[in-house]
Design a protein around this ligand. Sequence first.
Ligand SMILES: Nc1ncnc2c1ncn2[C@@H]1O[C@H](COP(=O)(O)OP(=O)(O)OP(=O)(O)O)[C@@H](O)[C@H]1O
Ligand SMILES: [Mg+2]
Length: 428
Amino acid sequence: MIVREALLQWNIWWRETGWREKWIEREKYVDESMRFLGKKIIVLYGVRRAGKTFIMFQIIRKLLERKVDPKKIVYINLDDERYPREKGALDNILDTYYELTGVDRNFYVFIDEIQRLAEWGGYLRRFTDLRKDVKVVISGSSTGLLEPEIASRLSGRRIDIQVWPFSFREFLKARNIVVSDDPFLQFGGEQGVIQHYLNEYMQYGSFPEVVLEDSVIGKLRYLHSYLSDILHRDIAERHNVNVRKLRDLAKFILENIGNQVRPSKLASYLDLSKPTIYDYLSYLEEAFLIFLVEPFGYGKEKIIGLKKIYSIDTGLRNALSKTSRDIGRQAENLIFLHLRKFTDEVYYYRKNNIEIDFLANINKKLYAIESKWEIEEKEEKINKIRNIAKKLGAKLIVVTKNRIGNGKIPLWLFLLTKPKDWVRYAKA
Ligand SMILES: Nc1ncnc2c1ncn2[C@@H]1O[C@H](COP(=O)(O)OP(=O)(O)OP(=O)(O)O)[C@@H](O)[C@H]1O
Ligand SMILES: [Mg+2]
């Protein structure tokens, strides 16, 4: 009886024909999901509060627009305590769905927070074996979903789509600014407005709720609660950790974005063993709160090299940081996040005291990216870096505050464009 109530409440489209929500459309995710829907299980994963659930609803909206019978779409949010979660419980929930709608084949099922269902990997495998007519979209908090053991049960049948907080383009959309095909033509002549928005994007970050919240106190409250949720719900519920020390570590890391981590230093600072530091770092990484970037190179260098750290969000970093705002580092962090959306293979380079901030392998092409926000580098030094990039087979692109051409591109333009555009603009 309770399951029935829950289903009726959540599946608004069963009763409301004109169901709509006010939201920022995230076409990129919806389109990609639509392309694979029915062919693979769609897995939406990513940091907490990035917008996974909303994207599910946008996919549902899209199906309705394509005239799919509303009764053939069922959304099950396993965070809702009214649903059972023991092994096989989904069969019972679906039975109730069949009973309520009269539909029991060729339907779309959206299962949110699927990791709450006991042994869901095996269950879903059997389910999709038996029910080739059912199209499945699942999402959940980052950590559980990608565990190798579970992933392997569904290997080949799933397409994993990483959901990020708002891109700069999506952020602008939330500010009612539509970016045209040539952002440089649109904003390049007079950069004041776009710099203003970039500044805001840097300061408070990109989590949808934070972007859409007007009050600063409201924004800060969200950001603090996100960290707390990630530490408690995503990490402490699954791993045996000292939450206070984990929090201290997270704060330390967030304050030191762009720097190398030295596990031995952290170990003494937090009074934890080195292996524990490694464990904690990997938990923070699994929750998508932080990223550890390896040095570019092969074999031994890579293993020995220290990793550099970046944060999922500059707003989160600023809300927690004791240090004053360091725009250069935040710019670097934004560059990293943008690169990561094109490839998993992002490294940094350091040899003989020469460093290149990023080397990114995108579609088999190597890009060397140097972040230079404020400091006016001597051309000499940039040429040195450029030569190294050349030897590595990469073109150097310097991301600055507002310079364009001669190998440089402004950060706002970089964030609004794709790799091949970076090269084109920087050359111009
Ligand atoms: N496209 C959007 N347009 C407007 N607001 C959004 C959008 N996406 C997310 N939000 C806001 O951000 C909040 C978090 O989004 P959502 O619940 O979809 O995230 P999630 O990734 O499912 O988070 P969790 O991991 O905690 O379940 C929403 O409650 C909503 O306020
Ligand atoms: Mg959700």
